[in-house]
Design a protein around this ligand. Structure first.
Ligand code: FAD
Length: 506
């Protein structure tokens, strides 16, 4: 059994890296880098994965959190991408059912022609993608639509078309993928930045002040998302295709697609971005118009797309591309959360060819950690969680299953051993102390932001952004991670500042 995915495991990985005999070093712990590391480790390669901030701290925690069937690629005439996206959705449902939850989407229509066009598009998509019968689209009349969605504006409504997409938790998907890489033997360290690349040797800087380390590997893959070109520049390998960053923002209202300049860790949501979404909501719903005072949280992410001359943000292809530099650096950019596994397979195939080994990809059959059991078993586990933890808030058992999958059993065991860990912490979410302990002991969280944004998701989905829970979490984290008062105060201030920045457009 693999060691816990803990701060101590990170320290041990960092200490081992300078003398490790590595086949592959992966730069960037978003979904792309995590998937490359897991694939390569499962093929038996000696792998390391390093991430500058935290697992999923870049675009991979700021997506719309959908595993797309790929219907929009049909509009672009990209049938092979439709097939790939639909097939990947089915794979994810198999290897991580807690991270691929079917969800009905609804598109209101204003005319018979629009309804017919959408229906035809979805019919074609479902035949190409092989969508199972119970997930196929339905057409609703205006009265049926308003009966089921009474908040819609019915004045110009013709009807609606509904179809199935899958919801995921993007940051948790990355985390379980990295944990899968770790379980297969990869050395993984977050908060460790590659500051220089010289051929197959990189310089690694520990964000917490550890020694600067030099790490050698037979192959290096640059999966730095929006920073792919920054890393290529550091490696003096910036030739050929270039990135074209577009910014998408999202409350749970919708998203945008606008050009963006140099990559930043925290792209801002502007008042223009917000106004665009408020106007769209006002056109669609009969409810009183939304204002910035209604916003709990926002997020914005940068799409690392490949530049195509003359094309606007929404026209650029979402396909991925592998770029090989003369000095050996392999970079991968573009793509989607949905198709990450196939992107990784293509990269690792290339690395294997370079290393002169033949090893088949196994990522479509090996379950992710926490994803070992199917939807029916998860439903039974949710029931058990609800019965054994009556202190959970309504919906709490489902929340824990969506975050932890079968890992809920570890939480239950932790609480059985120390019942005080099962006490809810202050704040509307009712998050349990055991969840914070789990985030540090088993999920390599090292800062309050790691815990509250990417492990528990309170920053985005708690009605108070986790601010009422912050002090209690800081006390637990400080005791476990050995923080002094200065560090604890800096962590609390930093988190408050981040939470405020997500509402700053108001
Ligand atoms: C608003 C929005 C909505 C989206 N919605 C969806 C959706 O619903 N479904 C879908 O399938 N896709 C969606 N996408 C696309 C998807 O989120 C991205 O394609 C994907 O997350 C990119 O992952 P990545 O790993 O390539 O990049 P990232 O997640 O950004 O990962 C790159 C990582 O590299 C790290 N890094 C950078 N430089 C260094 C360095 N020098 N050393 C070490 N580490 C480094 C960064 O910190 C970062 O964590 C959306 C994108 C956006 C912006």
């Amino acid at each position: 059994m693999a060691a816990p995915f803990s701060p101590e495991t990170r320290e041990a990985a960092l200490a081992a890296l300078p003398s490790a005999d590595l086949d592959l070093l992966v730069i960037g712990g978003g979904i792309t880098g995590a998937a490359v590391a897991r694939d390569a480790a499962l093929r038996g390669l000696a792998v390391a994965l390093v991430e500058r901030i935290d697992w999923a701290a870049g675009t991979s925690s700021r997506s719309s959190k959908l595993i797309h069937g790929g219907v929009r690629y049909l509009q672009q005439g990209d049938v092979s991408l439709v097939r790939e996206a639909a097939a990947e959705r089915a794979v994810l449902r198999r290897i991580a059912p807690h991270l691929a939850l079917p969800c009905r989407m609804l598109m209101p229509t204003r005319s018979r022609a629009a309804q017919a066009k959408l229906g035809l598009g979805l019919w074609t998509f479902e035949r190409i993608a092989g969508i199972p019968a119970d997930e196929r689209y339905e057409r609703w009349s205006a009265s049926e639509t308003l009966r089921r969605e009474p908040t819609l504006d019915g004045t110009q409504l013709h009807g609606a078309v509904t179809f199935t997409e899958y919801l995921t938790d993007d940051a948790r998907l990355v985390l379980d993928t990295v944990r899968g890489a770790h379980a297969a033997g990869a050395l993984c360290a977050n908060h460790a930045e590659v500051t220089a690349v010289e051929g197959c040797e990189v310089t690694l800087q520990d964000a917490f002040g550890g020694p600067v380390r030099r790490v050698r590997s037979r192959a290096v893959v640059n999966a730095a998302g929006p920073w792919v070109d920054v890393v290529r520049a550091r490696a003096r390998a910036l030739s050929g295709a270039r990135l074209h960053l577009t910014k998408g923002i999202l409350t749970y209202l919708g998203t945008t697609d606008t050009d963006y300049g140099a990559p930043t860790a925290y792209p801002e949501v502007t008042s223009e971005d917000a106004a665009y979404l408020f106007e769209a909501a006002e056109r669609t719903f009969a409810a009183p118009a939304l204002t910035s005072a209604d916003v709990v949280a926002t997020w914005a992410g940068l799409r690392p797309l490949l530049h195509e001359e003359g094309k606007g943000p929404s026209e650029i292809s979402r396909r991925d591309e592998i770029m090989e530099a003369e000095n050996g650096l392999v970079s991968i950019a573009g793509g989607k959360l949905t198709t990450h596994r196939r992107m990784a397979e293509r990269v690792v195939d290339l690395v294997c060819r370079r290393l002169g080994v033949t090893r088949p990809c196994r990522t479509d059959t090996v379950a992710l950690p926490n994803g070992e059991e199917g939807p029916e078993a998860l439903r039974r586990l949710a029931q058990e969680v609800a019965e054994r933890l009556p202190q959970l808030r309504p919906g709490g058992a489902e929340r824990l299953i969506a975050l932890h999958g079968t890992g809920c059993r570890r939480l239950l065991a932790r609480i059985a051993a120390r019942p005080e860990a099962g006490a809810p912490l202050p704040g509307p979410s009712g998050v349990l102390g055991a969840e914070i302990e789990e985030a540090i002991d088993e999920e390599m969280a090292l800062t309050l932001e790691d815990v509250l944004d990417r492990r528990t998701r309170l920053l985005l989905f708690d009605a108070r952004q986790g601010l009422e829970t912050l002090e209690a979490v800081a006390t637990l984290a400080a005791a476990r991670l050995g923080w002094d008062r200065t560090r604890t105060a800096a962590e609390i201030d930093g988190y408050r500042h981040l939470a405020a920045s997500l509402r700053s457009f108001a």
